[in-house]
Design a protein around this ligand. Sequence first.
Ligand SMILES: Cc1cc2nc3c(=O)[nH]c(=O)nc-3n(C[C@H](O)[C@H](O)[C@H](O)COP(=O)(O)O)c2cc1C
Length: 367
Amino acid sequence: MSQPILFTPFHVGGLELENRIVIAPMCQYSAVDGCMTDWHLIHLGQLALSGAALLTIEATAVTPEGRISYADVGLYDDVTEKAMDSTVSSIRKWSKIPIAIQLAHAGRKASTEKPWLGEAQITPDRPNGWQTVAPSALPMYSSYLPPLALDRQDMASVRGAFASAARRADRIGIDAFQIHAAHGYLLHEFLSPHSNHRTDEYGGPIENRMRFPLEVFETVREAVSPSKPVTVRLSASDWVSGGWNLEQTIQFSRRLEEIGCAAIHVSSGGLHPDQKIPVGPNYQVPLARAIKQSVAMPVVAVGMITEPTQAEAIVATGDADFVAIARAALYDPRWPWHAAAALGAQVTAPPQYFRCQPPQHKALFKS
Ligand SMILES: Cc1cc2nc3c(=O)[nH]c(=O)nc-3n(C[C@H](O)[C@H](O)[C@H](O)COP(=O)(O)O)c2cc1C
C-alpha cells in the first residue's frame, strides 16, 4: 500500500509536524477564574497521546471580559499563566506533541452560561456576568443586552492584551499561536458588515473592517518568537446574505499572508442568528479549497471530518494541507491511531501502550 498523504510530514512556518491531523480547539468550560484545572490536564493529556501532529488549546481569553463564560480559560495575569504553565509542563513530561494555543476575545458573545446549563447571556447585574464589548453596540440576539462599542483607547488595550497573552504563552513554551477570528467573536465581529456598523476607519468598506484584525495579527506576530508560527482561524462565510463571505475571506487571507501569517484554519458561521449552514460531512471543505487556491500558506479544513478515508481524500486531492478534528477526537481520543491502522500508516504512541498494538497492525506504533 502506498504511504497515505495524511501521515506524511508537513510544516507550518518553521514548525515541523509529523502528519496532517490537528486537534481543533475545544472550550471545556471547566476553568476557575480563568485558570486551567485538573480537567484540562485530563482532557489535553489524553489528546496529547492521540498521535495527532498538533494539539490546540481551547479559545483562551486575552482579558477577563473576553471569556465566553466565567468558566473559560484565560491568559491575562500571572495567576492564569501559572495555571497553564503547570498543565502544559505536566503534558510535556510525557508527550512530545507540539502545542498551539487559540488566543481569543469573545466580544458580544461573552458573559454566557456554560453550554450544559443553557448558554444564556448573563447580564452584568447577576453573578458571573459582565458588560460585553463589540465593534458596534449591536447585540447578537434581540434578547441580549447590547454590547458597548469599543472606542479607540479600548481597542488599543485589546490589541495590547492579545500581545501580552501571546508573550505569556510563548514564555511557557507554546509552539504555535492561532488568533481566533471565527465564530462570531470579537475579531469576526469587526470583519462582518452585520456586526460592524462603525463610521470610523474601522467600519464600512472591507479595507476598514479588516483593519483591527490585521492590527491584532501584527501585534501578536511581533510579540512572539520569530521562529514560531502565528496562524488565524476564520469563518469563511456568515451563511447569511449581506454578510462576511468567501470572496472577502480570500482578500483577508491574502493580506494576512503578506504580513506573515503561517496558516489559515477555515471554519464558518457563528455570527448571525439567521445563518443557514449546510451542515454535513466536508461541509466547509469547499471553502478551504477555494482559499487554498488563492494563497501559498498551508490551509486547514475542519468540520464533520470523521472517517480516515475522508480525511485522506481531503489532503490527497489538495483541498487542504491539514484536517482538524474536534468532536471525533472527543468521541475517540485515539482517532489518529485508528486512522493510521485503517490506512496502513505509522503513528506516534507512548511506549507504555506499545503492548496494545493489534497483531494485524504490527508496525503501527513508533515512539
Ligand atoms: C466541545 C467543543 C468546544 C469547542 N470550542 C471551540 C473553541 O474553543 N474554539 C473554536 O474555534 N472552536 C471551537 N469549537 C469548534 C471546533 O473546533 C470545530 O470547528 C467544530 O466542532 C467542527 O469540527 P468537528 O465536526 O470535527 O467537531 C468547539 C467544538 C466543540 C465540540
